[in-house]
Structure formats: structure tokens, C-alpha cells
Design a binder for this molecule. Structure first.
Ligand SMILES: Nc1nc2c(ncn2[C@@H]2O[C@H](COP(=O)(O)OP(=O)(O)OP(=O)(O)O)[C@@H](O)[C@H]2O)c(=O)[nH]1
Length: 641
């Protein structure tokens, strides 16, 4: 599937505390001499670390930075490469970074370029581009957990890119580690001898030097044509407040030099190379980047959409004929409406989205209005994690209070006159006769101990899944493959899976075609008026339960009014569920007793404030909290993934 992820606004300024002299000084051994300039491809090794989430990639990467002397121990903060605050808090890697590290083997100084990759399924495209920039991959597996779904998914991606794989077991310091068992599992998976599986601890540093040696010895050096027109692949592109967009590239052929003009092959846009250099790990300008080298470019462009992940950079004066291929535009998979709680924040929300987009090529949005929620935006995301991150940043960095509508996937609807309509919002679902509704599908892989096979099958079946296969990875671990509708998997599937398997199952999925399904739009009516924010597209068999769930929930959330309020769920004009809120008589006089005018005024002020928070839907007053509570059911469920 496709992906580019949100970027940080972290200033790209060298840290004064890591000066060059210190770097050599702190080096733990003589093997970490400074990387020579103008590198001969024979001494370069480009690799990445691939792993299931939480298996310890970032910790190992940190330890490598320390062992190679590029970061002094005292400057080491946990997860040096995960710069974004949200990343640190959640302990996940969202953006990838490339770092150059010196490492000497048999008296020869080598330059190791390590590309840290994100692990979440929303950002798989990022992983695949990072892999394409490497010759080898360290396949890292937690020695207390064994192979998980993303271990497999990433391994397959690495194999598709013809990478040399170095299998490594991490966390061997843990008392629960079972290196023998999992070395065998790994060896069965990729072939080879279990004794060749390296054992390391990112935490204590044990085995890390042996791993660096193995990277130098086992991985092939990059090959390319130094005399050909330049071709470099963009594998990351980050917006920086001071310098504009910083683009990370891997040079395949030719050379890129400072001050020359370069061209982006997909858009044909040309830019001047203001600066070119390598990260070690702070940016260090160089006289250019040659075959096999990994580094950064600064051209002064202000928007990452002008420098997209997967695109090929070439010289404008001597352009290459063919791009490196594999370029895809990021495609949003999940849409949600974002509305400011306070209507007057609408321009601020628009400005904030504009700013975030500078740094996130995958973020798309357009204005939308809702009867219930007022002015807002329909925003497209790569997945729920992407949605949460964007929302959190809008709230945190731009101080906005937001309501988001229940997320939905994109449907293609064929109407009676054979027109195909793309529906990103349930309210766009056409009313008349519908011939077909196409929904996006995913190929999902679940890994779990075999005692849970029954529970997993039951869950996938209830989510309209089609089984595609099942394999035993070892005697007690099974891999199940399903074809499932994206809409069924993207929201709470992982949570339910975890609870049904006591946390032992892991999940990975990628977009895989579409299917025609029996889908309908369920509307929610209050006092006979449709509330657009609550409409949903569901499978026909699930429409009734959605209707009942939503009407019951709203009955609890909406305060009693002075008249009876029917809450109905309907498919077209057919009512499928109904609840009603009984009437109350509001004793307005009770608030005004006593003669003190200031007290009366205070009461009036309070009432006015209360009214402000009410949204009028027809004649029914719906407190904003009811919208939030009703819409929040599907949110924040993807966190643990
Ligand atoms: N005991 C022990 N714990 C480790 C080791 N390596 C990592 N951890 C812990 O495992 C957890 C996950 O480590 P990370 O480095 O954040 O894992 P990651 O794979 O980078 O995770 P993402 O960035 O979310 O993909 C952290 O709590 C680490 O402290 C190790 O060698 N031994």
C-alpha cells in the first residue's frame, strides 16, 4: 500500500555539542575514523533495519550510532532518530532517517549508511522506498516474541527488492528470551543455519559490534554507472522551518554536485541544488554525492509535494532517459470530517492544514459543510494512525479543538445511468437506484499461536473475510491469510483480534483490489431531520445493528427536551430502528427566584454560555458533547498497533 507520513517541524540545525573533534574523540575504538569524503562505492554499505513494531529497531539504531562514535554517549537520548515529540511519546517511528556511520574492518574504513524505517502499516510505502535505497537489511526479531506479522511483511518487501538479509535476534538480555527456539524459526523462514543468526541486545550493546562487522562483510557494495547521467531516488522528504524541504536521496548512477540544477523526473520541475551533504547524524555539507551514496539535498522548495518520496532526481543539463521506477502518488485510504468546535476557528483550521501539508504529501483535504457541525474539512488519511497523528498535531501545535466524524473508506458507486461516483463522505452516497457498490479490499496476514486459530477464523468470517490460506511457521505458530474489506479491518479489528487472542496475535495488511458488495447508507434522523454527521455506509446485514446502536446511544446522550423527540435510523425512506426521548417541562422560573439583580444577570450569562455550546438541529438542541461522544466510538483504537 501507499504511504508518506507526517513530518516534523524539527529545525535542521547542527547540535553544537557534537562537534567533529568530539566525534572522533569519543569513538570507543580506533575503528571509527571519520568517513572519507568522495566515497568509493566499494567501501559503502547501505542497509536498513526491518522489524515488527517494538522489536527494538530504534534502540539498536541508537546503539550503532554510539558504537560507531557518531553520537557521544552523553548526547545520547533514547531514540535519537525519532525526533518528533509524538514519536517519542508513543515510542513509534514515523519518519525515516538516513545516517552515515564510519566502521573499520580489516584495516579498511567503511561508510555505513543506515536508513531507519517506520514500522506501522500506514507507512508501508515509506518502508518499501527505504528498502529500495539499500543493498541489505537487518531483519530484527525480538528473542522473547519471535516472528510477527510485520516481520514477515517487511521480509517479503526486502526479498522483492533483492536485498541481502542478515537475520538478528534482539533483546537477548531479557530473562524471557528464547534465542534457540526463535533462531530455528528464523532459519526455517529464510533458509540457512540457526547458528548463523546473530544475537544482540540493543539495550546493553552486546553483539552490536559483531553485527556491524557482519554488515560490512556480508552486504554487497552498491554498483552503478559513475559516468551516466545522474539518477537518485528520493526516499524521504522533510519540511524544515528554516531551510525549506530537505530531501533524502540514494544516488544510483552519476553524481549530484552543489549549485547545479536538478530535475524531478515525475513532474519535470527543476531546482537549484543549494546544498548537498550527508547526515552523520547532523547534516554535514559535502562536495557532492556519487554512486551508491546516501545523503540529503536542499533546493529551497517549500513544500514536500514538490519533492515526493519515490521520485527520481536527475541533472537538468544532462537528464537521464528513464526514471528509477516504483513511484506512486500517496493515496488516502480513510476519510473523516474535521470540524472546529468553535465555528470561528475555521480559518485557523484551514491555515493549520495548509501548514501540515507542507510537510505531509499524503494529506489531502477540501472544505465541507455539515448541517449539524457547520464549516469544516473532509480530510483524507493513509490510515487511522495517520488520522490520529494529524488530529493530535492540529490540537497540540495549533491549539484547535476539533470534532472528527466517524472515519470511512472510499467507495465507488455505479448508478442506474452507469455513472461511477467516488464517495468519500456518506452524504455523497447517491439516493436513486444503485447498480453496484465497490469497496476497497486488503490482503491481511495474522500470526498467532495455533490455539487461537478458531477465534481468528470466527472474527475474520464475521468481518466478511475470505480465507486465502494458512501455514504453520513452527509447531505452535500459525500464519493465516485473509482477503477482507478495508472498512472492516481499519477501525477496531486489531483491538478485537488482540482481545480474542490475549494479545498474542499480530496483524499486517496491504491494499489488494476491490469487490462489489451489498452496501447501503444508513441515515440517522432527529425529529424527522437527517443529521448528516451520523450517516454511515455499512453492509446490508450490519445496517440494522448500526441503526440500533446509534439510536440507543443518541437517546442516552441527548438531554430531554420540552417535547418528545423521535430518533430514527433509516435506509432511504425505510425506517429500520427507532428510539424516543421523552419530553420534560422546563421550569424556567426556578432559575430566576430571589430579587438580587447581579445574581439574575449571572444566571443569564451562564445560560447564554450554555446555549452557545448547543447546536440546533431542527428544533432539537443537541449539546456538542453528544456529537463528540457519539462520534468518538471508533476513535483512538489503533494506538497499540
Ligand atoms: N530488554 C531489552 N529491551 C529492549 C531492547 N531493545 C529494545 N528494547 C525495548 O523495547 C521497546 C521497543 O523498542 P524500540 O526501539 O522503540 O522499538 P522499535 O522497533 O523501534 O519500535 P517502533 O519505532 O515503534 O517501530 C522499548 O521499550 C525498548 O526499551 C533490548 O535489547 N533489550
Amino acid at each position: 500500500m501507499l504511504a508518506v507520513r507526517p513530518r516534523s517541524f524539527v529545525p535542521f540545525v547542527p547540535t553544537p555539542s557534537v562537534s567533529k573533534s568530539e566525534v572522533t574523540h569519543v569513538s570507543p575504538m580506533a575503528r571509527t575514523a571519520p568517513v572519507p569524503a568522495a566515497t568509493d562505492p566499494a567501501i559503502i554499505r547501505n542497509f536498513c533495519i526491518i522489524a515488527h513494531i517494538d522489536h527494538g529497531k530504534s534502540t539498536l539504531a541508537d546503539r550503532m550510532l554510539q558504537k560507531t562514535g557518531v553520537v557521544a554517549a552523553r548526547d545520547m537520548k533514547a531514540q535519537y532518530l525519532d525526533r518528533m515529540d509524538i514519536e517519542r511519546e508513543r515510542g513509534i517511528t514515523i519518519k525515516s532517517q538516513a545516517v552515515r556511520m564510519p566502521w573499520e574492518v580489516d584495516g579498511t574504513a567503511h561508510a555505513l549508511n543506515m536508513i531507519d524505517t517506520p514500522g506501522h502499516v500506514d507507512f508501508t510505502y515509506e518502508v518499501s522506498r527505504s528498502l529500495a535505497a539499500c543493498e541489505g537489511a537487518v531483519l530484527l526479531v525480538d528473542a522473547a516474541q519471535g516472528i510477527e506479522a510485520q516481520t514477515l511483511a517487511n521480509l517479503y518487501l526486502a526479498m522483492e527488492n533483492d536485498l541481502t538479509i542478515i537475520p538478528v535476534l534482539n533483546k537477548i538480555d531479557l530473562p524471557a528470551a528464547q534465542p534457540e527456539k526463535y533462531a530455528l524459526e528464523l532459519a526455517n523462514l529464510i533458509g540457512g543455519d540457526p547458528a548463523d543468526v546473530l544475537r544482540v541486545s540493543g539495550k546493553t550493546g552486546e553483539g552490536v559490534e559483531a553485527l556491524l562487522d557482519k554488515i560490512v562483510r556480508d552486504l554487497p557494495a552498491p554498483v552503478g554507472n559513475a559516468d551516466a547521467p545522474a539518477r537518485a531516488m528520493i526516499f524521504d522528504s522533510v519540511y524544515d522551518t528554516y531551510r525549506g524541504v530537505v530531501t533524502y536521496v540514494r544516488v544510483v548512477d552519476g553524481k549530484l554536485s552543489p549549485r547545479e540544477r536538478i530535475q524531478m523526473m515525475s513532474t519535470k520541475a527543476s531546482h537549484e541544488l543549494l546544498e548537498i551533504g550527508v547526515s552523520s547524524p547532523e547534516p554535514t555539507p559535502t562536495q557532492g554525492l556519487g554512486v551508491g551514496e546516501v545523503g540529503y539535498l536542499i533546493t529551497g522548495v517549500k513544500d514536500v509535494r514538490q519533492s515526493k518520496v519515490g521520485d527520481t532526481v536527475t541533472n537538468l543539463a544532462k537528464p537521464a532517459n528513464e526514471s528509477l521506477g516504483g513511484y506512486q502518488d500517496p493515496k488516502p485510504m480513510v476519510f473523516s470530517g474535521l470540524y472546529p468546535l468553535d465555528g470561528s476557528d475555521y480559518p485557523a483550521l484551514r491555515d493549520a492544514l495548509d501548514k501540515l501539508q507542507l510537510n505531509d504529501a499524503a494529506l489531502v483535504y477540501e472544505p465541507e459543510t455539515s448541517v449539524a457541525l457547520g464549516f469544516g474539512f473532509r480530510v483524507g488519511f493513509l490510515g487511522l494512525l495517520h488520522l490520529e497523528i494529524v488530529r493530535e498535531r492540529l490540537e497540540r501545535e495549533f491549539n484547535l479543538d476539533l470534532i472528527s466524524t466517524a472515519p470511512n473508506v472510499v467507495y465507488e458507486v455505479k448508478t442506474e445511468d452507469k455513472k461511477m461516483i467516488t464517495v468519500t463522505n456518506p452524504s455523497e452516497f447517491p439516493g436513486g437506484k444503485i447498480l453496484e457498490v465497490h469497496e476497497p479490499m486488503v490482503a491481511a496476514t495474522v500470526l498467532a499461536p495455533n490455539e487461537f486459530v478458531g477465534a481468528i477464523m470466527e472474527l475474520c468470517q464475521s468481518r466478511r473475510g475470505h480465507m486465502r490460506g494458512m501455514d504453520y511457521l513452527s509447531e505452535d505458530r500459525v500464519e493465516l491469510r485473509y482477503w477482507l474489506p478495508l472498512a472492516e479491518i481499519v477501525f477496531d479489528f486489531f483491538d478485537v483480534l488482540k482481545s480474542k487472542t490475549r494479545g498474542y496475535a499480530s496483524l499486517d495488511w496491504k491494499a489488494d483490489g476491490e469487490q462489489i458488495s451489498d452496501l447501503v447508507k444508513v441515515d440517522i434522523l432527529l425529529q424527522g431531520e437527517q443529521v448528516d454527521a451520523f450517516s454511515a455506509i455499512t453492509h446490508k446485514d450490519k445496517a440494522y445493528s448500526y441503526g440500533v446502536m446509534m439510536t440507543q446511544k443518541l437517546r442516552e446522550l441527548i438531554p430531554r427536551q420540552q417535547f418528545e423527540v423521535p430518533i430514527q435510523a433509516a435506509i432511504g425512506s425505510r425506517i429500520i430502528a427507532r428510539e424516543s426521548i421523552r419530553a420534560i417541562r422546563k421550569d424556567v422560573l426556578a432559575k430566576c427566584y430571589g430579587g438580587d439583580i447581579s445574581r439574575k444577570r449571572k444566571l443569564l450569562e451562564k445560560q447564554k454560555e450554555g446555549k452557545k455550546r448547543m447546536k440546533m438541529v431542527g428544533r432539537v438542541e443537541v449539546p456538542q458533547e453528544a456529537f463528540i461522544a457519539a462520534l468518538s466510538s471508533d476513535e483512538s483504537k489503533d494506538k497499540k498497533k
